[in-house]
Write a protein that binds this ligand. Sequence first.
Ligand SMILES: C[S@@+](CC[C@H](N)C(=O)[O-])C[C@H]1O[C@@H](n2cnc3c(N)ncnc32)[C@H](O)[C@@H]1O
Length: 285
Amino acid sequence: MLTLGLNSKPKLSHETFCYLRDIVYAQSGIAFADTKKYLLETRLLRRLEEKNLKTFEDYYYFLTYDQGREAEYRHLLNSVVTNETSFFRDPVQLEVFRKGVIPRLLEEKYRTGSKSVRIWSSACSTGEEPYTLAMMLMEEGLVQKGFTIEIIGSDISDVVLKAAVAARYDRYSLRNTPEAYLRKYFTPCADAFTVSPRVMETVKFRNVNLFNAGETRAVRNMDIVFCRNVLIYFDETSKRKVCSHIYDTISKGGYLLVGFSESLHNITRLFNPISIERSVVYQKS
Ligand SMILES: C[S@@+](CC[C@H](N)C(=O)[O-])C[C@H]1O[C@@H](n2cnc3c(N)ncnc32)[C@H](O)[C@@H]1O
């Protein structure tokens, strides 16, 4: 089995790639196609170095037979996920949320006399998405209208959640943030910006693996779930599984928003697609 290249960097053989990607898939639903071997190789290389392992085969054996393998799964997933995000990502879709989804939700809340709004940012990475939503709801005056806002931000990766809790961001994360929001909801500190305490208080973070029914079961009665820019990493089987887990977390009449380039077409008929301003949002009937 080929393990060492000329420059002694470990090389990932196709066979070991298949073994490792199967572990990643079983743990998270994330599917690495054959064409993405280089990606898994690059991302796991650092973990090999951290663990002082010489070959990918050594790492595979560790993940398969070592007593510490369960704990290592977390590191494995931290290493392989794509965490790209930013404040006010996909502004067109956020406008649909603001102008289309919130008014519909509030109408229903007034009708039923409920005063709580619960939102789940279900693959929140370093926290920009749930904080953006919190700020938008504050701008819409929900607090003044007597609503309590609860936002859960969750992710499979502990590393990103730690950054989310710290709530300190550089200019690049804020590149799409309107100036008025920047002034109102952030405090500049050195070369970064910290999210204001009232926004931080609105968002609670926790680790939830969307692929794991036991973990998503802890989330319930959500009015709106954001699951943006993560379905693209799943295959159809894991998309179906994740969508059914999410379905169970949403209250009747609640909404699911997936990423701009993502669709539930051919994945699930559990939700009713509603077209709002050329965007599709999904409603649980
Ligand atoms: C590209 S980021 C998207 C962040 C944000 N939703 C956005 O649209 O900007 C994808 C996130 O999904 C997370 N993720 C991947 N698989 C997951 C799973 N099975 N359960 C929960 N989160 C997962 C990754 O850790 C990563 O932080």
